[in-house]
Design a protein around this ligand. Structure first.
Ligand SMILES: Cc1ncc(COP(=O)(O)O)c(C=O)c1O
Length: 300
């Protein structure tokens, strides 16, 4: 077994917009030792999960859907009333972190912005870390078993209760991890969140695509769910292949009639669903392969 190459960690000191202009040679970020302590124990990202993040795929050195990821980060920052972000500095930090990693076909970046330290001046803490992407070939080939779990909010929660931050990609992912343990207890690999009034939403770290009556459907993103960058790219590919795609409200009875289902995300690209709530779902291996290859090939 060969040792994995070390991750690359870039701390972004100037993640917030509006500071004094950067001087000559200043970038607003710095490369640090990935093994050295970096985060303060009173950072609100650590003590409260008060912050936001993005997971970005890097394919053959090129960051995938970089601009949609940055736009989503800015939307999450606005939902959390974080300071406006300097996306130029953050973009440059992401590119540098990817560039400095030992070349590999697929890398994964985690970009994090927190509200900063307790009692501090409000400057966000931010960093981007690049590492090898875990191998998900088996899930792509064999599919994943998914269980549907009630998220406990109505599908219109983002409009009725925006303070619940549904639809922001926050660091508070304890629930998104807890549902995976519940899935494992039920003999499954992953989860599909369902609104309390019966609409399919998203996975804890992925978007849903369902093929129903020959159309490719994903849940509408005004339901307190994330706009998936991978799903958006997959829809572009499907459109170019002449397929009909749409964002809709998807009651669970419609999802249960789908003849194929997928979960899509930057970290795993595409995983076909082989069973939903213990009911087998057919895997379209050829289309999954086609989409998977196209997603690896896309460029920012
Ligand atoms: C809750 C949730 N929904 C959807 C996604 C998929 O988004 P993307 O394809 O941009 O990675 C993610 C990604 O981590 C997620 O955490």
């Amino acid at each position: 077994m060969t040792d994995a190459p070390p991750p690359v960690l870039v701390v972004i000191d100037r993640a917030a917009a509006g500071g004094p202009p950067l001087g000559p040679g200043e970038t607003g970020f710095r490369v640090v030792d990935p093994a050295a302590p970096t985060i303060h124990v009173t950072d609100l990202g650590v003590t409260r999960g008060d912050g936001i993040f993005e997971g970005l795929g890097v394919s053959h050195g090129s960051i995938q859907a970089l601009e949609p990821h940055l736009a989503r980060l800015a939307r999450s920052a606005a939902l959390l009333d974080l300071p406006e972000l300097d996306l130029d500095v953050i973009r440059a930090a992401c590119l540098e972190s990817a560039r400095l990693h030992e070349p590999a076909p697929l890398l994964l970046q985690k970009l994090v912005v927190t509200r900063g330290v307790e009692g501090g001046d409000g400057s966000p803490t931010a960093w981007v870390r690049t590492e090898l992407m875990p191998d998900h070939d088996r899930e792509r080939r064999e599919g994943i078993r998914v269980v549907s779990l009630d998220r406990g909010y109505r599908h219109d929660v983002a409009q009725t209760s925006p303070w619940l931050l549904q639809g922001a990609k926050t660091l508070s992912y304890a629930v998104n991890k807890s549902v995976l343990r519940e899935a494992a207890r039920r003999g499954a690999d992953d989860v599909l969140f369902v609104s309390s009034d019966g609409y399919a939403l998203e996975g804890p770290s992925a978007s849903l695509v369902a093929r129903v009556d020959g159309r490719y459907l994903t849940p509408r993103t005004d339901q307190g769910i994330l706009e998936g960058t991978t799903q958006a790219d997959a829809f572009e590919v499907l459109r170019s292949l002449g397929h009909d795609v749409a964002e809709e409200l998807l009651p669970m009875d419609v999802v249960r009639r789908a003849d194929a289902l997928w979960l899509l995300s930057s970290g795993r690209l595409i995983a076909p669903v082989s069973a939903l709530d213990d009911v087998p779902v057919a895997i379209d291996a050829e289309l999954t392969r086609q989409l998977g290859d196209a997603l690896v090939d896309r460029r920012a």
